[in-house]
Design a binder for this molecule. Sequence first.
Ligand code: HAM
Length: 427
Amino acid sequence: MAIQIPRGTQDILPGEVEKWNYIENKAKEICQNYQYHEIRTPIFEHTELFQKGVGDTTDIVQKEMYTFTDRGGRSLTLRPEGTASVARSYIEHKMFGNANQPVKLYYNGPMFRYERPQAGRFRQFVQFGVEALGSEDPAIDAEVISLAMEIYKQFGLKNLKLVINSLGDKESRIAHREALINHFKPHIGEFCSDCQNRLEKNPLRILDCKKDHDHPLMKSAPSIIDYLNAGSKAYFDQVLSFLQALDIEYEVDPALVRGLDYYYHTAFEIMSNAEGFGAITTLCGGGRYNGLIQEMGGPETPGIGFAFSVERLIAALNAEGVELPAAHDVDCYVVSIGDETKMAAFNMLHALREAGFSADKDFLGRKVKAQFKAADRVHAKFVAIIGEDEIRQNKANVRNMATGEQKALPLDGFVEAFKKLAVLGES
Ligand code: HAM
């Protein structure tokens, strides 16, 4: 049997790949308007980076990493997300010393998680993410959230819901942690082995358990909102006022804890409400990670960011019936009649491309009718027809495929004449 693609991965074929390019380019353009700058980090990193950065007790680190030993005996891991790599790079390149602060970055590339594949969940997926490092102004939380919303808005998505929560500062988290331990401890035997392990290490993770999420103790668990100290509450209120100032609607959900360990204060997700979007409704996730840079050996630096996958964005666009620009159309398809014309057609094709036109011709020796059909299939705007008679008369007939109008253009200086016709509309 022929070798097949690995589970949870996909080929993006011509016809579909144009959507990806369009999305990635447009998202980059929006980020640049917000003064975020691109960063590219390696696809694999030392395994330790994610153990430390994402957190030992997370599903990602415990169950989902693609980890391998290289020929030098080092443990490496295909990146499951981008924030830990950006944090490493920030420290390694001493970006805390940059003149421009905060450091505002974006990235775009494949991530890898060994998850159970289903609609909207892949083992290799493309994340587009941003990180703003070095500011603890609630306005930057709102900027990051509004940037995510703006990206979705500019693609024409309408059925969106922003869900937001605060996980508080260290002090609030410690108080909440104690309350969670006291809440779950007497009944921990009724929970899965993962939750039992998480009880002392990171009880917040229990709230995110996929197996036990229907256990009655989950609903009655102490909510972080009730444990926010005055500073954390004031910070959260300010983030919400900035969102209100931008007319961004949100829903506060005290149960939103996120699946990664590095979050403090703001945590948010953008969901799709579109009918038929599927069971996984989260399009985008992010939040503030004030302790991360320090934990990884850098100076104390606040940070906030988000990431979304292009796969889920495309699924949302499909669910809402949004059409993106299609494949790059052909400006001119060169049809040649008779063997003697092959060289002239080949030269014309080259000259058109050199002048910046998108052009193509037949390479299968097809009859004229089939060449016209091929021109139709690629939505050619014009067809240039060269026959033996035309070569003798030093001309080519150019047909406007939308109007059916036909015009003879000289073969000498053809491209100039074509430019006038196609770009300037001169007849
Ligand atoms: P995350 O919630 O793990 O956060 O992932 C962010 C987004 O990546 C999700 O909302 C979803 O769009 C996409 N995603 C995750 N896993 C898959 C998958 N298996 N298949 C398809 N799409 C997926 C993070 O990764 C954080 N680094 C986000 C962040 C940046 N927080 C602060 N800065």
